[in-house]
Write a protein that binds this ligand. Sequence first.
Ligand code: HEM
Ligand SMILES: *[C@@H]1O[C@H](CO)[C@@H](O)[C@H](O)[C@H]1NC(C)=O
Ligand SMILES: *[C@@H]1O[C@H](CO)[C@@H](O)[C@H](O)[C@H]1NC(C)=O
Ligand SMILES: CC(=O)N[C@H]1CO[C@H](CO)[C@@H](O)[C@@H]1O
Length: 506
Amino acid sequence: MFQDLVPGFDALAVGLLALLILDYIRVSLRQGLRTLPGPVLARFSYLYRLLMVYNGDGPANYLKIHQKYGPIVRVGPNEVSVADPKMIPVIYGIGSKFTKTPFYDTMAPVYQGEVMDSMFTARDPIYHKHLKSSVSQIFSMTNMKNFEVYTDECTQIFMDAMLDLENQSLDFSKWLQWYAFDVISAITFQRRFGFMEQRRDVDDMIGKIDTGLQYVKILGQLPFIIPILRRALLSRQFQRLNLLPDTLDRFMKITEEEIDRYDHHSVENRKAGRTDFLAQLREKEERSGKISHRDMMNHLSNNLLAGSDTTAISLRAMIYYIVRTPHVYDKIQTEIDEADRHGRLSKFITYEECLKLPYLQATMKEAMRLHPGVGFPLERYVPPSGAEICGHRLPAGTNVSISAPVIHQIKDIYGEDADCFRPERWLEASPESLKAMDRYFLSFGHGARTCIGKNISIMEMGKFVPQLLRHFKISWASPLPEWRTHASWFWKQSGLIVRLERRVAP
Ligand code: HEM
Ligand SMILES: *[C@@H]1O[C@H](CO)[C@@H](O)[C@H](O)[C@H]1NC(C)=O
Ligand SMILES: *[C@@H]1O[C@H](CO)[C@@H](O)[C@H](O)[C@H]1NC(C)=O
Ligand SMILES: CC(=O)N[C@H]1CO[C@H](CO)[C@@H](O)[C@@H]1O
């Protein structure tokens, strides 16, 4: 009987294997994709995508495949990476029908047992519009002056700590993140987590985000797992198993506490003239209608998640490139000192004042060009009508993406020395080239889903960096010649070891 069954098993196994192979071949020959250049493994399997990002070198690997295969590369069974700047408005432009892919589901938090898509993760354009409409005014340029006082408080704490730690080797990768985190929480609900005061990762909050990002990095490459995981995350049994660390729980709790605190003291708050994000949202409700508690939680917690790592990365990039490029350091220092001598800088440099430091602004852009905060491709679906991308007709549902680190290296746009740190390029460019450099600058994304927090981060960095350079001389103090970087969506750096020495402004 057993022998009778074995041949049957064999036939079944062979049959299944044949089906699997046929399926692989079918996938690899997918209409519209089979003629695209790219590595062979990528046609069959998501493994290739995973291998490209696994070690944290995604940005360099995406650059490499485009150098090898050209401006359009098939990077997965149904995934295409594009390095042609002319396609940026097509894919991401306002009015484009390309929506976000399940990749973004990996970053949605869970609140009260239900997935809570944020303005950043939302894939449905209607839901996205609903979320955006209640907050967009708070992110406007004119509203930034209401947030300056909160950043100044944090800057004071940072500077005091630097005086205290004068001449010692400091891990600035950590300090800048502590700063950015405390700033965004102060702006959001007038509470600092206290990273700078305690000089440590309070409640392991940063560590937990990092752990979460490792999941994003890996699971985001394996889209067939995402819906399964999403369902699992919501099941009671799974939550009891506690397999995934509660990465975002702590943020949700704090956000909830802060809403409570505000609501219990709303009269005092109003007298005290609070102008943080939470206070402004509550005031706005009186003019334009109630915002649900869930949406409130959504907006506030999303500020913390979207606005801390990104700004920290960009601050690190600025400090790193300034310190490692002496002629840039000299020039920026001269610009700051000159403005200072002429009485054009307040005790805390204001947003308005920093916008009048052109070399500083160019340095900020250049640092973000070479090292964008988001190092991964920004994935979108081709709409139901299909699309013409780089001369290829791609079918509906194909996933297309463009990566900032790849676009920012294109010599036709950024110059022959696109791989060098040279802020001058932003000041010397002809009006037409400058327009292209700006239009294709992808550090904040592009178009319909561009970063809404851009004004906050430009304000924050523009005020902080000159304030620091005004009062301290920063030098490289690491035994290693470089920092280290690891991209898992965010392109984080470590090993930014420096020493600060107090200086007397001339
Ligand atoms: C230098 C700092 C920052 C960088 C480099 C950055 C980068 C980005 C990028 C690349 C996107 C688009 C992502 C995509 O297309 O998938 C984005 C979206 C977003 N960012 Fe930022 N960001 C920064 C700061 C902030 C801050 C401070 C906040 C909030 C306080 C914020 C909130 C958001 C939100 C809500 C979105 C989604 C917008 C939408 O889809 O409508 N970001 N950011
Ligand atoms: C920043 O402020 C300017 C001026 O108010 C506004 O046009 C722009 O939309 C703001 N940026 C974002 C991303 O909201
Ligand atoms: C730091 O170093 C400078 C120059 O070496 C010195 O003048 C200063 O006193 C030192 N400060 C402290 C707090 O050690
Ligand atoms: C990586 C990714 O999100 N891939 C998606 C591409 O599109 C197909 C359907 O068209 C999805 O099933 C994949 O998950």
